[in-house]
Design a protein around this ligand. Structure first.
Ligand code: SF4
Ligand code: SF4
Length: 187
């Protein structure tokens, strides 16, 4: 037995340390928040309920129906139904649905989206009693955008939490680059 261990055993220092901790916590006032009367705001970037970005110019969803979010989703809980506009031949997103009960809130869908059309909001109060209420449709997702992310908030969200962005791929100073074919004199 080492001297330190011997002293600890004789003077029961571990017990005294534990008692000191107990007394200290007795003197610290308890902090109990009376939820839901008292609420804490979620930190920026909190991964809560989803929202579908509304294009301010068209007023419609920004989504182009590429399906990347659905492909990357580890829970396979995103369902996208598209059709083709007969005149413009552009894809129309007829339905965009997320099963929240299967979502793991990884935000891969946000990162994979090439146009920044899906986000996670700071809303954590969406518990409900039915599965239907937790099955997000395009309309519900757009309503979430209007409610939680419209305006500057949405812009800030994508600046901070949508990665990778174009400038993440910027070449650093001195990085080797391909040069054009050298110009041959007289040609
Ligand atoms: S947050 Fe993750 S699990 Fe949820 S829908 Fe997006 S990719 Fe799927
Ligand atoms: S949300 Fe983004 S990744 Fe998903 S289908 Fe629409 S454009 Fe593609």
């Amino acid at each position: 037995m080492t001297i330190k261990k011997f002293i600890n055993t004789v003077f029961m220092t571990e017990i005294l340390k534990g008692m000191a901790l107990t007394f200290r916590s007795m003197l610290t006032p308890a902090i109990t928040r009376q939820y839901p009367k008292v609420k804490r705001s979620a930190a920026a970037g909190f991964r809560g309920e989803h929202a579908f970005v509304r294009d301010p110019e068209t007023g419609r969803e920004k989504c182009i129906g590429c399906g990347l979010c659905g492909a990357v989703c580890p829970s396979q809980c995103i369902h996208i139904y598209t059709s083709e506009d007969p005149e413009t031949h552009k894809k129309i997103v007829d339905r965009y649905e997320i099963e929240l009960l299967r979502c793991v809130y990884c935000a891969f869908c946000v990162e994979a989206c090439p146009v920044g059309a899906i986000s996670l909001t700071e809303n954590y109060e969406y518990a409900d009693y039915s599965r239907e209420a937790l099955y997000m449709t395009k309309e519900k997702l757009l309503a979430n955008w209007d409610k939680f992310m419209a305006g500057k908030k949405g812009e800030e969200y994508f600046k901070k939490f949508w990665h990778p962005q174009a400038n993440d791929f910027a070449a650093y100073a001195g990085q080797a680059v391909f040069n054009h074919k050298p110009k041959v004199e007289g040609k």
